[in-house]
Design a protein around this ligand. Structure first.
Ligand code: S3P
Ligand code: PEP
Length: 760
């Protein structure tokens, strides 16, 4: 026997696009035994009956709703009060009532008057699924699929009624959100009502001009796109602007004030103000598209156009939030691969470029999500940044004291480097800031930076466990200090040097072992004096930076996956051009060479203050080693990849002194160990390292499923394992690869890895 439908009788009062489409969807899915319409016009009812959208109907609203267990009111918002009053006498005592009005405050007020004792079973709602088309002729049973419906239950609304209405919308394919009516009206005023008002108003202004005929003749795509929504139903929008008057006025006033600023910028030829506006808006729209498609920011930038996407494509993009890498075993890496730009250097280009006087340009910039998070943070602090486009950025420096207070907290995604360096930089500003990040960043320790900064006079709060969010109180005078760093961390060192730019006197840091020195090199490149004496580096506060032109080399940390892949896959011969060879970063090459790898350094040269070279790597028989302690900080990000090499080496590889790996984007010792054990590798973990027993011949890995734990380097390391696996490897949740290496999947497949990206 078929399951009983969700409702016995649904009454739809008002059969326009919204009411008609719900009626059609309910009938098509068999969600009610009977669908009855309450309508004003006999002709609408005739059309709906002929189209099979409803079973029956009446022009008498009390009669139409009689015996219904759910009533959906979908009349224009201005007609709600009269409609509620007219139907109330016919409502059965247990009937649930909901509506589809675009304004909630005024509809709720009307319902309180008209529905009387039925009010507790009234669940105010708003399906966000309009089109320019209207009328029951446009009714579409799929209209609500993958669209949002906002419910705004009142404190006295019956919870079971809300749950049942929610179930109905879910059953027709919608995603249901709940918020207060006030919040709804404000959000909608900004995201829907204001844009409609502007579209109507712009078309009106232009059409009333003397030469409007010509304007429309020459009006091209921009005009059509901007004004598409001016084709919507004028009466409906007239009602909305009146019913949501206060919220619309607030949004309009804010916009008019901003528009006045835009006018002044155009009049004054203020190109920084204009570029700032355009670049901020451009990025904001890319973020919005990324969120809408729930895809990664780098996917969305320039790649998607929401208008060009079909509903199915948008739904697919939503699913793409967690792409999976699927790898077939075997293969060799050959040819030439130019890997992504250096992440550490890209962050610093933006930071120092922003603090400099004049313009800074860079080529080869990393268009990965971490670097984009840094860009966004500085845009939020008023810095104009053009690009990145094809690896080019232009930063319009504002000087050491030119940053502006951001309007909201700075969201830094997955990027530990951005957060820690910014803590130092922001400690010296006149304004307060809050730094937040994603799930992985929110677990990472920030006290290592906060503590010495407090000793300089900064006021910084972290959460109870020393993790983000980080609150930095501005306006604190900083004093230089000497700091003996307890751990080898370039992020801590850099944060203190950046704070040192704002401190009185000299700030010096001594490191227990050499760490990457990009901050020192780049400060010098911007003309800021940096003293170096053995393990100590120091700056004097109060200097200035001058904008310059830079080139970002390819990231040796990204090259590392290919150095390992080509070493372990027989028959490989791969060229990696223009890789950064800063001696504080080349530990991965030293370690691989100690293991017997065949890596040639070709054409070494200088590129804007950083050494670079082309690397040629050929497969080799690797042997296990004890990794020398002094190389650990020089290869800190490359260990996940090196563990894969170790599993293919003869004998044991032992790592100690690497407890830092436990507080990266994931606990890289544990997450790598778990994944390798899944693939049959024998190993033992230590608090500060790992012992891996390798298999030099044949397959070193089996097949299986790998979890990345939001860590890009885990995903890319296990991809290389496939070159020496006996079966398929499936790596789940690989969206994080875009953090440091967008394009990894395409480049590695072109070089010979059997990788497909599954975007379910
Ligand atoms: O300064 C930098 O750009 C970085 C320093 C390192 O972190 P630690 O300073 O925490 O070792 C490294 O792991 C990170 O990927 C980038
Ligand atoms: C540790 C890393 O980066 P961050 O600390 O900037 O998140 C990394 O890229 O491996």
């Amino acid at each position: 026997m078929a399951a009983a439908p969700m409702f016995d009788r649904i009454a739809i009062v008002g059969l326009g696009l919204i009411g008609g489409s719900l009626a059609a969807a309910v009938r098509e899915r068999g969600l009610a035994r009977e669908v009855v319409a309450g309508v004003r016009s006999a002709r609408t009812l005739e059309t709906a009956l002929a189209a099979g959208v409803v079973d029956a109907g009446s022009q008498d609203l009390a009669e139409a709703v009689a015996g219904a267990d759910l009533v959906f009111v979908a009349v224009p918002v201005a007609a709600m009060a009269a409609t509620f009053a007219a139907m109330a006498p016919g409502l059965s005592p247990h009937a649930l009532i909901t509506d589809g009005g675009s304004v909630k405050g005024s509809v709720i007020a009307a319902a309180r008057q008209g529905l009387g004792a039925h009010m507790r079973r009234f669940v105010p709602g708003h399906p966000i699924a309009g089109k320019e088309k209207s009328g029951v002729e446009a009714a579409d049973p799929l209209l609500y699929q993958s669209h949002r419906v906002i419910l705004t239950p009142e404190p006295d609304t019956n919870a079971a009624a809300t749950a049942k209405v929610c179930a109905l919308w879910t059953a027709v394919g919608a995603e249901v959100l709940t918020m207060s009516a006030q919040e709804h009206d404000q959000v909608l005023a900004e995201t829907s009502h204001l844009p409609h008002l502007l579209a109507f108003s712009l078309v009106d202004t232009l059409s009333r001009q003397g030469h409007s005929h010509d304007i429309f003749r020459y009006a091209a795509g921009g005009f059509r796109d901007f004004t598409r929504i001016a084709s919507s139903d004028p009466v409906m929008w007239h009602d909305i602007f009146q019913e949501n008057r206060d919220a619309v006025l607030t949004a309009l006033d804010r916009y008019v004030a901003d528009l006045a600023d835009v006018r002044s910028a155009v009049a004054a030829g203020d190109s920084d103000a204009l570029l700032g506006l355009m670049t901020r808006a451009n990025t904001a729209r890319a973020w919005f598209l990324a969120r809408q498609g729930r895809t990664s920011f780098t996917h969305a930038q320039g790649a998607l156009d929401e208008d060009a996407m079909t509903q199915q494509q948008q739904a697919a993009a939503g699913e793409r939030s967690k792409p999976e890498f699927r790898l077939q075993p075997g293969g060799a890496l050959t040819g030439s691969v130019r890997v992504a730009g250096d992440k550490s250097i890209s962050h610093r280009v933006i930071m120092l470029g922003a603090l400099a006087d004049g313009v800074t340009t860079a080529e080869g910039f990393l268009e990965g999500e971490d670097a984009l998070a840094t860009i966004q943070a500085f845009r939020d602090m008023g810095v104009v940044i053009e690009g990145p486009q094809n690896g080019r950025v232009r930063v319009h420096g504002v000087g050491l004291h030119g940053l502006k207070a951001p309007a909201r907290s700075l969201y830094l995604g997955n990027s530990g480097t951005t957060m820690r360096l910014l803590m130092g930089l922001l400690a010296g500003q006149a304004f307060d800031t809050e730094l937040t990040g994603d799930e992985s960043l929110t677990k990472r320790p920030m006290e290592r930076v906060a503590k010495p900064l407090r000793d300089m006079g900064a006021v910084i709060n972290t959460s109870g466990s020393g993790t983000p969010p980080v609150l930095i109180s501005g306006g604190q005078p900083l004093k230089g200090l000497h700091y003996d760093m307890p751990m080898a961390s370039a992020q801590v060192k850099s944060a203190l040097l950046l704070a040192g730019l704002y401190a009185e006197g000299r700030t010096s840091v001594t490191e227990p072992a050499p760490t990457r020195d990009h901050s020192e090199r780049m400060l010098a490149g911007f003309g800021y004096p940096v003293e170096r004496d053995g393990a100590t580096v120091a700056v004097q506060g109060g200097g200035r930076l001058t904008g310059c032109d830079l080139e970002v080399p390819a990231d040796i940390s990204s090259a590392a996956f290919f150095l390992v892949g080509a070493s372990i896959a027989p028959g490989s011969d791969l060229l990696l051009p223009h890789v950064g060879m800063n001696p504080t970063r080349t530990g991965v090459i030293d370690i691989l060479r100690l293991m017997g790898a065949d890596i040639e350094v070709l054409n070494p040269r200088d590129s804007g203050g950083e050494p670079v070279a082309d690397l040629r790597v050929r497969s080799a028989r690797l042997k296990g080693i004890e990794i020398p302690a002094e190389l650990v900080p020089l290869a800190i990000d490359e260990f996940p990849a090196l563990f894969i090499a170790a599993a293919c080496a003869e004998g044991d590889t032992v790592l100690h002194g690497a407890e830092e790996l436990r507080v990266k984007e994931s606990d890289r010792i544990q997450v790598m160990a778990d994944g390798m054990q899944t693939l049959g590798v024998s190993l033992e973990t230590y608090p500060d390292g790992i012992r891996i027993s390798g298999r030099p011949d044949g397959a070193a890995f089996g097949s299986g499923d790998i979890q990345t734990h939001h860590d890009h380097r885990i995903a890319m390391s296990f991809s290389m394992a496939a070159l020496r696996a006996s079966g398929e490897i499936r790596i789940h949740d690989c969206s994080n690869v875009a953090t440091s290496f967008p394009g990894f999947a395409r480049l590695s497949a072109a070089a010979g890895l059997n990788l497909t990206v599954l975007e379910p």
